[in-house]
Ligand binder design. Structure first.
Ligand code: 5GP
Ligand code: MG
Length: 177
């Protein structure tokens, strides 16, 4: 059995989400937000965060693949993108689980910009600044991590652990990401 070390409890996550929602609500005022949720990792984060936002919100899902095992391949492909999904003129808030090398988010931010969004911002549950390979900025970040591999609250290791209500380091799993 893999050993899990809890880094952020359910309580800590939910408290931080309330702070993020307040900040986002202030920044966007009463503007509508088009949330682009990156599957599958941001599933629970988005569900909890979006319910705390006072703004009118529409939700879209995308699924991107850039990861094999625990190593970022640098090659991003769209797995799912709803055909009629348009972001032209919209204020888009991308919701992602982790900003790691930045390759995935860089790809998505560019795509949404090319599609004519009025504004694009990024909201990440976690960020690993030490791992960044591409200059992409997250406007809202839940927690800053060192170079450790984490699971839970949406994040998986080979599709396991997503449904944990907390975030944990996988100690004897894949090792540092
Ligand atoms: P990037 O393109 O920024 O390198 O990769 C971001 C993606 O890598 C995340 O959306 C996530 O799927 C995956 N990832 C990066 N670090 C971790 C980690 O510590 N744990 C898990 N489960 N996934 C990670
Ligand atoms: Mg992901």
């Amino acid at each position: 059995m893999a050993k899990l070390k809890v880094l952020y409890t359910e309580r800590q996550i939910q408290d931080r989400l309330r702070e993020l929602a307040q900040q986002i609500g202030q920044d966007y005022q009463d503007r509508s937000i088009t949330a682009v949720v990156v599957l599958k990792g941001a599933l629970f984060f988005a569900a909890d965060l979006l319910r705390l936002l006072p703004n009118p919100v529409s939700v879209q899902f995308v699924e991107l693949k850039s990861y094999a095992g625990t190593e970022s391949s640098g090659d991003v492909r769209i797995h799912y993108w709803q055909e009629e999904f348009q972001v032209g003129g919209r204020d888009v808030l991308i919701i992602e689980d982790i900003l790691d090398t930045g390759i995935t988010l860089d790809f998505l931010v560019r795509k949404v910009e090319q599609m004519g969004a009025r504004s694009v911002r990024v909201c990440c549950l976690l960020e690993k600044p030490a791992r960044r390979r591409v200059a992409v900025q997250a406007h809202y970040v839940g927690f800053i991590l060192s170079d450790v591999f984490v699971v839970g609250y949406g994040l998986d290791y080979e599709e396991r652990y997503r449904n944990l209500s907390y975030i944990a380091q996988l100690e004897d799993g894949p090792g540092p990401a």
